[in-house]
Design a protein around this ligand. Structure first.
Ligand code: GLU
Length: 456
């Protein structure tokens, strides 16, 4: 059997951590089984679905490199199939037309709250063939006795009594399908073998499976994954500081690091390594999905990004920065490649590195007005004047630079901290740069002397 999974977001919002994790699990599972991963946009809720959200979700999935094996499906394209399935159920006696108006329905709702039993419309047992009045919804006729068991791959074997299942609406009065119907029909049409989704849909599965049973369709495997919580144990939301995937992208997180973190949120890994998901197929096993909710922690995400940066292929990072910042200056790109191994040790996000490139450029000049106060006193300027002289007569090799400066420090009874920060400020405008000797060496004699001179 070929494994076919799907990720079925509703475009009523952007892609968040939970959805991204669902997409990743579906993707990895299907790839491990050489199957297909499909994307279906569930845009049946016309009032709340927007094209901006659709685009943002697709951009996020592309950024994470979780692309669909086939053309992306939009649920509204399948309206006719949804409708014909509803009418087929009607014809076969598994569904019925319900003509209740809002007031009548409200009374039933109140009653249902009191009894704790689901809504059963009085039309359920009336054989109404009124074809002239179109003012009806179509409801599924749930079995009123017996039990339904689902052997979920994460939740285990769970049985519910059918009498607690409501006669859910399949087609609304305007004959548009509900999510409850559309999703099942689409899964069938798309040949979905495994439904991997958040466990907030587990209750729906017991109702949706009735349609499958009535129509003798193959039952998919259900895999309901526990939700992600915030640090306080409540369902993860914006108030926990969780952002959408585009925001993480813009903050400078790397998609591979994000995927590694998503995996940790609900999947048991035996080692701490960073997976690149490219060279080898990741062995994704359903039995390794955790049974209890995980907690989102942005610090952990940052740390994983930092580990990723430290271990990443430098050429990959350079080409990303060059692309992001549209860098054209060859010297700057060359300097960046030299400095990067040190920069990745200091920063956790690529954007932090990208914001700190200017001093690496040959034509960088510090606005003299903005020289930090440390450089403006007489002693500092004298020190820098002397540093200028010794560097001027230095044969520009890393070791020579080191020896000249350390001799100068020794001879003058100074400490490294009296000199290095001044040189740094004068040639980069910053106190925090890679190793000072390396910085001087890589920037080159002419540039360093010019910048010192400007400062003096
Ligand atoms: N569209 C649903 C959601 O975004 C998912 C439905 C499903 O996976 O069956 O929550």
């Amino acid at each position: 059997m070929k494994v076919v999974t799907r990720f079925a977001p509703s475009p009523t919002g952007k892609l968040h951590i939970g959805g991204a994790r669902t997409a990743l699990f579906n993707f990895l599972f299907s790839k491990y089984h050489s199957g297909e991963f499909l994307i279906r946009i569930e845009n049946t809720d016309k009032n709340r679905s927007t094209i901006e959200n659709v685009n943002s979700i697709i951009d996020s999935l592309n950024w994470l490199d979780l692309s669909s094996s086939q053309k992306i499906i939009f649920q509204t394209e399948n309206f006719q199939s949804h409708q014909s399935v509803a009418f087929e159920l009607l014809e076969k006696g598994f569904a019925y037309k319900c003509f209740l108006n809002e007031d009548e329905l409200e009374k039933l709702r109140i009653n249902s709250r009191k009894t704790g039993l689901p809504i059963r419309s009085p039309y359920r047992n009336k054989n109404i063939q009124n074809n002239f009045n179109d003012n009806f919804v179509i409801r599924l006729k749930m079995p009123s006795s017996g039990e339904t068991t689902i052997n979920d791959r994460v939740q285990g074997k769970v049985t519910v009594k059918n009498e607690i299942l409501d006669d859910m609406v399949l087609l609304r009065k305007d004959k548009t399908p509900t999510y409850m119907l559309a999703s099942v029909v689409d899964d069938y049409i798309m040949g979905i073998t495994h439904i991997i989704r958040g466990d907030d849909h587990f209750n729906n599965a017991f109702r949706q499976i009735q349609i499958i049973k009535y129509l003798n369709w193959p039952t998919p495997e259900y895999v309901h994954i526990p939700l992600i919580h915030g640090q306080d144990g409540a369902k993860l939301s914006k108030r926990h500081g969780a952002k959408n995937l585009i925001e993480y992208k813009e903050m400078g997180f790397d998609p591979i690091a994000v995927k590694n973190y998503l995996l940790l949120l609900g999947y048991s890994l035996t080692d701490e390594k960073i997976y690149n998901f490219q060279d080898n197929v990741f062995k994704f096993e359903l039995k390794k999905i955790n049974k209890s909710p995980s907690r989102f922690d942005e610090i952990k995400l940052r740390n994983i990004n930092s580990t990723f940066l430290k271990n990443a292929d430098l050429r990959y990072l350079v080409s990303k920065i060059v692309k992001d910042k549209n860098l054209k200056n060859k010297n700057l790109i060359r300097n960046l490649s030299y400095f990067l191994p040190e920069l990745v040790k200091r920063y956790k996000l690529l954007n932090e590195i990208e914001d700190d490139l200017s001093w690496m450029s040959d034509d960088f000049s510090i606005n003299t007005e903005e020289y930090p106060i440390e450089l403006k006193n007489k002693n500092s300027l004298e020190t820098l004047e002397e540093v200028y002289q010794i560097l001027n007569s230095c044969d520009w090799e890393l070791n020579n630079i080191k020896t000249s400066i350390s001799n100068y420090i020794k001879d003058n009874n100074l400490m490294m901290k009296d000199v290095a920060p001044l040189i740094r400020l004068a040639i980069t405008g910053k106190l925090n740069t890679p190793d000072i000797y390396n910085t001087l060496y890589i920037l080159g004699k002419e540039i360093c002397l010019n910048r010192l001179k400007t400062c003096l």
